[in-house]
Design a binder for this molecule. Structure first.
Ligand SMILES: Nc1ncnc2c1ncn2[C@@H]1O[C@H](COP(=O)(O)OP(=O)(O)O)[C@@H](O)[C@H]1O
Ligand SMILES: [Mg+2]
Length: 240
């Protein structure tokens, strides 16, 4: 049985694509076959964060609409052998993705992969509505500021309404020195606002920023503290 994970957020730029890539690679390192599907239509980034942009011919939209077959839209990563991706389409037409398109594609992906990680758009749109019935695990990525937390809570309420079994949140871009000085929302306070379960916190680190820019996931560095953090998060998901 494969596990379908939606990576969502209230606001844009919280780190969904960075998180999807590193979570997917971390889950694969435990021997699982993983596909990361970019569904942030119009804002295609996932392929770049893995350095695969030169290999995109067909995208998620093409696979959904039968313009190509599923295999043609899958790109295998060269560093993480158990990871494949599907790139987002460069344009977003609201309402164009239908539940029946999703049904067909996801049934096929479920037969090929142990984990399907969906890199979602910010907020709740038609594309999320169309995939909602397939989601087992919803992870909302937020940053430690009140606006991001409030919007994250709204997205989490949507996931709750859709009866998604496992709901988590991740605090990304945390700056411990600011938190200690009371200049950033504390993790305890975030936890008191959010109704889902905490999955982990990821520090603001320029190495993460560099990694997405050069197209090499940070979890490629086996000894980095961030890699260890991602492996812990991946293990929690696998065991949930
Ligand atoms: N923990 C982090 N530390 C430093 N930079 C980060 C971190 N997480 C994400 N970023 C950077 O923030 C930007 C937005 O991240 P991205 O994953 O594209 O967000 P989203 O997909 O939610 O729009 C990128 O430039 C990325 O490198
Ligand atoms: Mg993104």
């Amino acid at each position: 049985m494969s596990n379908v994970i939606l990576v969502a957020s209230g606001k844009g730029g919280t780190g969904k694509t960075m998180f999807s890539v590193n979570l997917g690679c971390a889950i694969s390192s435990f021997g699982n076959k993983v596909v990361i599907v970019d569904m942030d239509m119009g804002m295609r980034n996932l392929d770049m964060y893995l350095g695969l942009e030169g290999q995109v011919v067909y995208d998620t939209y093409d696979a959904l609409k039968g313009i190509c077959n599923t295999k043609q839209a899958l790109i295998k990563d060269d560093k993480f052998k158990n990871v494949s991706i599907m790139a987002a389409s460069p344009v977003n037409e609201e309402g164009s993705i239908l539940e029946e398109d999703v049904e067909k594609l996801f049934e096929e992906l479920k037969s090929k992969f142990d984990y399907i990680v969906i890199d979602g758009p910010p907020g709740i749109g038609d594309n999320i509505e169309a995939v909602a019935s397939h989601i087992d695990t919803g992870i909302v990525v937020l940053t430690p500021d009140y606006a991001a937390i409030r919007d994250a809570d709204s997205v989490d309420s949507f996931l709750l309404r859709k009866r998604i079994k496992n709901r988590y949140y991740v605090v990304n871009k945390a700056v411990l020195t600011l938190e200690k000085r009371g200049l950033e929302v504390k993790l305890d306070e975030i936890d008191s606002i959010m109704k889902s379960n905490p999955l982990g916190a990821i520090a603001y680190d320029e190495n993460i920023h560099i990694s997405t820019n050069i197209g090499v996931p940070i979890v490629s560095k086996p000894d980095a503290y961030i890699t260890k953090n991602f492996l812990k998060i991946a293990k929690r998901i696998i065991e949930s």
